[in-house]
Ligand binder design. Structure first.
Ligand code: ADP
Ligand code: MG
Length: 323
């Protein structure tokens, strides 16, 4: 029999990277300053997500795995407004429905931590555990009980690269958090968490890009843009190097992409697309934002305003040097 949680899992959990995304977002919501993600076999057989956040107290653990047990805001329109990353309250229940989960967690005011096991949605035990403050999830055998879904997974290498891309985006959107990503025992990414976006860019993309950046800084009513613009000489062959985050969330928007590319129009570039990392703070009281829970494509009510602001941020940033 298929459970409601398994169906929900079908919407939230597509692959190992979706599990990592939900658990890393929870870690950030929990105030973690450091998050370690370790995977084996592309995450299919093993994922460990450890944070030093607030932890979950013993009495709250089982309820955290129930659907919609969250107190967080859940309406889609409030998502960006609230700034909190979690909004559905069904990540843990969905993950637990389609894998074997081990959780170790401890809050600062508890003497002992808690170890909790749940597999295929069935509780398997709760006990004391020695633990540091924070939360560690171990997820084993994703989709072990839903073979049809398991079949859709790609090779471990491809799945690992999805997780790697996700970790890159997490690191770029949260320079104040240290992220470590370990794939099959090898550390692939380890950011300092010192709050400096340029340092994260250096870690992720290396010296050539990090030493060819111009600063973007622009503010207008209800919209603030900060970040870095790659000099035209480090142009790229595809849009994968156009990174933009709205209120800490990775998004895709054809309007924003167009504004960025138009902003470079005064410059000759070898390739078609620029390198940028932009953080946008949008006050959704002024500019309404709609986003599908899992799709990352955004729609704005006042598109022209968003376009103008991004264009201006890029245009000004690129020309400032010459002044
Ligand atoms: P949501 O994030 O939408 O609330 P989740 O299913 O992702 O729903 O998580 C359920 C609840 O479990 C969270 O609201 C939070 O209270 C708790 N939780 C999950 N992960 C963590 C974590 N890493 N640290 C602290 N609390 C957590
Ligand atoms: Mg969540």
């Amino acid at each position: 029999p298929v459970t409601v949680d398994q169906i929900a899992a079908g919407e939230v959990i597509e692959r190992p990277a979706s599990v990592v995304k939900e658990l890393v977002e929870n870690a950030i919501d929990a105030g973690a300053s450091a998050v370690v993600v370790e995977i084996k076999e592309g995450g299919i057989s093993y994922m460990r997500i450890a944070d030093n956040g607030c932890g979950i107290s013993r009495e709250d653990v089982p309820a955290a795995f129930l659907r919609h047990s969250t107190s967080k805001i859940r309406t889609v329109d409030d998502l960006v407004h609230i700034g909190s990353l979690g909004f559905r309250g069904e990540a843990l229940s969905s993950i637990a429905a389609v894998s074997q989960v081990e959780l170790v967690t401890k809050t600062a005011d508890q003497t002992f931590g808690t170890r909790y096991r749940i597999a295929g949605g069935k509780e398997e035990g709760i006990e004391d555990a020695g633990a540091k403050d924070g939360t560690t999830f171990i997820i084993r055998q994703l989709f072990y009980n839903t073979p049809a879904r398991r079949k859709f997974l790609k090779t471990p290498m491809t799945e690992a690269s999805h997780v790697g891309d996700l970790m890159t985006r997490m690191a770029l959107s949260h320079p104040e958090v240290s992220f470590q990503f370990i794939n099959n025992g090898q550390t692939k990414l380890h950011t300092a968490g010192n709050g400096k976006l340029r340092d994260v860019i250096y870690h992720v993309y290396g010296r050539e890009i990090a030493s060819n950046l111009l600063r973007a800084e622009y503010e207008t009513s209800g919209l603030k843009i900060t970040g870095f613009l790659g000099k035209p000489l480090i142009s790229r062959g595809n849009r994968n190097f156009e990174n933009y985050y709205i209120n800490g969330r990775y998004v895709k928007s054809s309007i924003i992409a167009k504004a960025i590319e138009d902003g470079y129009k005064d410059f000759t570039m070898q390739h078609k697309y620029p390198f940028v990392v932009l953080h946008m703070e949008i006050n959704t009281e002024n500019i309404d934002v709609n986003v599908h829970p899992t799709k990352m494509e955004l729609r704005f009510n006042r598109q022209q305003e968003v376009y103008n602001a991004v264009y201006a941020a890029v245009d000004e940033g690129l020309h400032r040097e010459e002044l």
